[in-house]
Design a protein around this ligand. Structure first.
Ligand code: PLP
Length: 356
């Protein structure tokens, strides 16, 4: 048996470990911001029907351009978007990797604002893009003038904003995105993975006249479709052309296209639980704040709760009680996904016992 170190692996990958939250079999799993409601039976049956049709043609390569799905995604997004402004991949992580492949790479720089989504540095590393992170304010907000100065300083080829921000839940103003775009020469990416939970307008409205702006979305969170792996972007058609150059041929399987297409036909049903989830999010904020903890305001389907003297201890104790949350490494905090009412009740009951 050899180890990784015995292999002629790239020097910059030596000592690296695979990224990923623990996948544990627990009764209440609130650690990766999934929609914890299952797929409604009517939707599941539609998906199976479309999958069955796609299955008999699996001897053929899929539609490389997945026009039907892109047309549906454009229709879902609205804002007068058309299929040639939309692109999809196996999760928005792959979307981001394709963006970094096309607009980053050796000698190029990506800029983001920490703490933020931990995949950004990973994707930068894989694509050999230099990654620079500037710190957020103490409350995790961003200051417009400071961001403008930082962009002028760093001159990044890619600026990436996560809005609402994972893992803090912080929202972002369109004014800041506009200002960042206007001083940037590179691509400006807004990762709107949690947009459906947000009370703030999407940056989709900023697309007209901004060919270097890219909005990234996913069906993994609000859509309750994480297992299917479908992420997408909206941007100028030229950005989509760039994606075509770096994608692997036929990257989106016929089964993925069929499942996503069937799901989109039921977008209303799939998004039905968004308001319920937001109520549970607000319940977590209210309860933890009442107990003297410090939840951060959240515009997403999770809450970063601060004020734990030993957050790893609380994480371990919750896990022993069958509740899995996330320690993202910000001292004294835990990130908790808002689940169903029953899951939230269990979480809060266990937390109350621990705090007593
Ligand atoms: C969950 C998440 C994603 C989505 O990943 P998928 O690959 O689409 O499942 C993207 N960005 C952020 C910030 C996320 O939290």
């Amino acid at each position: 048996m050899s180890t990784l170190d015995d292999l002629p692996i790239r020097e910059d990958l030596r000592g690296q470990v695979p990224y990923g939250a623990p996948q544990l079999d627990v009764p209440v799993s609130l650690n990766v911001n999934e929609n914890t409601y299952g797929i409604p039976e009517a939707v599941a049956l539609s998906i199976i029907e479309k999958l069955a049709k796609a299955t008999v043609s699996l001897n053929r390569y899929p539609d490389r351009e997945f026009i039907e799905l892109r047309t549906q995604l454009a229709g879902f997004l609205g804002h007068d978007l058309s299929a040639n402004q939309v692109w999809a991949a196996n999760g928005s992580n792959e979307i981001l990797q394709q963006l970094f492949s096309a607009f980053g790479g050796p000698g190029r720089v990506a800029l983001s604002f920490s703490p933020t989504y931990s995949m950004y540095p990973n994707i930068a590393r894989i694509t050999l893009t230099k990654y620079v992170e500037k710190p957020r304010n103490a409350d995790f907000s961003l200051d417009l003038n400071q961001v403008v100065r930082q962009i002028q300083d760093v001159e990044p080829d890619i600026v990436i904003f996560c809005a609402p921000n994972n893992p803090t839940g912080t929202s972002l103003s369109l004014e800041l995105i506009e200002a960042a775009y206007s001083v940037s020469k590179g691509i400006v990416v807004v990762d709107e993975a949690y947009s459906e939970f947000s009370n703030n307008p999407s940056a989709l409205g900023l697309l007209p006249g901004r060919p270097r702006l890219v909005i990234s979305r996913t069906m993994s969170k609000a859509f309750a479709f994480a297992g299917a792996r479908l992420g997408y972007l909206a941007a100028d058609p030229a950005v989509v052309d760039a994606m075509r150059i770096v994608r692997l041929p036929y990257h989106l399987s016929a089964l993925t296209q069929a499942a996503a297409s069937a799901a989109l036909e039921h977008s209303n049903l799939l998004l039905e639980n968004v308001e319920r989830i937001k109520r549970q999010r607000d319940r977590i904020i209210a309860a933890t704040s009442y107990w003297g903890l410090s939840p951060y305001p959240s515009d997403a389907n999770f809450v970063l709760v601060g004020g734990f003297s030993d957050s790893q201890l609380v994480f371990d104790q919750l896990l022993r009680a069958g509740v899995l949350v996330r320690n993202v490494g910000i001292p004294h905090t835990l990130r908790i996904t808002a689940g169903t009412e029953a899951e939230t009740t269990k979480l809060l009951a266990e937390l109350a016992l621990l705090l007593d």
